[in-house]
Design a protein around this ligand. Structure first.
Ligand code: FMN
Length: 327
């Protein structure tokens, strides 16, 4: 007969469940967890890699990093230490992290605020209003990103046109690629039972924006209106790192998660923008915005939406599909 799982296993399973809410490219949720005793392993799921949009698997690694950070945050918020070994076995490149549960400690209040934001956070593609994001908020976000081992570039106003052009050119190149169009079509028309993909309900109608937003409703049925704001007060940031090695991209994803959760906890709306990093030559344009000092991982739009109507949650896969507990 199977015994009840040990307390350590229960803690880890509940942290892995928190990671189901993590953001991922096209909502592919390309990860798997395996739990044994006090150890939990994160695996990339290469079958969920987007061959046309993400041929090198950079966005897959960023997505897995957000899941890892969500799980770490859930543990810290319930008062557990943990240690993480990233890419621990060179012979198993899909084994991205081995997380070992430590001991009980007083819960970390900052982690509690971020954990409370996990189920509230949404990618908000609506236009943001005029209220600016303060320098103080951006400084705090930068500190959190740096604590995760990545860097944050706050795009100054005179660089926003370059970000816009890079994004627009990347989107244009992708629209000319039948393999991209087929992939987008597949991930925006998912049967509900799959619990993944981007539903047109969360897509916004095409409109003039400071930086274009990906068209997730290519059939022309977006659920969100673009009326009322032009992203005037939005801040644009780029999460970047020193290399595009898997361990650094994984940390980039952890930093992205920290940024999104902290911003949500502080009342900001957030929307990742990755088109410009998906196409090699526009990614190089972004590198020049970083004074050629790093490797751009992803851009994010931050701000205050005019419309406060809560956004529908995007579907998620079930824990049974993603978490395996060895007994
Ligand atoms: C690596 C990565 C890249 C993403 N790129 C984009 C993007 O280019 N445009 C966009 O609107 N959303 C983007 N997203 C957001 C995802 O579409 C979103 O996380 C997913 O659909 C789940 O929805 P949720 O964030 O509301 O939970 C990205 C997310 C991640 C983690």
């Amino acid at each position: 007969m199977t015994a009840h799982p040990a307390p350590a296993t229960r803690q880890l399973a509940s942290a892995a469940e928190a990671s189901l809410h993590a953001p991922s490219v096209f909502n592919t949720q390309p990860w798997q967890w395996r739990i044994a005793g006090d150890t939990m392993e994160l695996y990339a799921d290469p079958d969920r890699q987007l061959a046309a949009t993400d041929p090198e698997g950079r966005l897959l690694l960023l997505s897995c990093g957000t899941a890892l950070h969500h799980a770490r945050t859930a543990l810290a918020a319930t008062g557990w230490t943990s240690t993480v070994d990233r890419l621990p076995d060179p012979t198993q490149p899909t084994l991205l992290a081995r997380l070992r549960l430590g001991h009980a400690v007083p819960a970390d209040p900052e982690a509690q605020r971020m954990a409370a934001a996990v189920s509230r956070r949404r990618t908000d593609r609506r236009p943001f209003g005029d209220q600016p994001v303060t320098g103080q908020t951006l400084t705090k976000l930068r500190r959190f990103v740096e604590a995760e081992g990545a860097y944050l570039h706050v795009v100054p106003a005179d660089q926003v046109p370059a970000l816009a052009v890079s994004t627009e050119r990347a989107a244009g190149a992708q629209q000319d690629d039948p393999a991209y169009r087929e992939e987008l079509d597949r991930w925006t028309n998912r049967p509900q039972w799959r619990g993944d993909g981007v539903s047109p309900e969360t897509a916004v109608e095409p409109a003039l924006r400071r930086v274009p937003v990906r068209d997730f409703a290519p059939e022309g049925n977006p659920g969100l209106s673009a009326d009322g704001g032009i992203d005037k007060g939005a801040a644009y940031v780029i999460v970047f790192g020193m290399t595009d090695r898997p361990a650094d991209l994984l940390r980039g994803g952890e930093a992205l998660s920290a940024l999104l959760l902290l911003a949500t906890a502080d009342g900001l709306a957030t929307a990742p923008l990755s088109e410009a990093v998906e196409v090699a030559w526009t990614r190089h344009l972004l590198t020049s915005l970083l004074s050629d000092l790093g490797e751009p991982y992803i851009a994010v739009r931050l701000g205050y939406p005019l419309d406060h109507e809560p956004l529908p949650p995007q579907a998620r896969r079930s824990p049974a599909e993603i978490i395996r507990i060895e007994r």
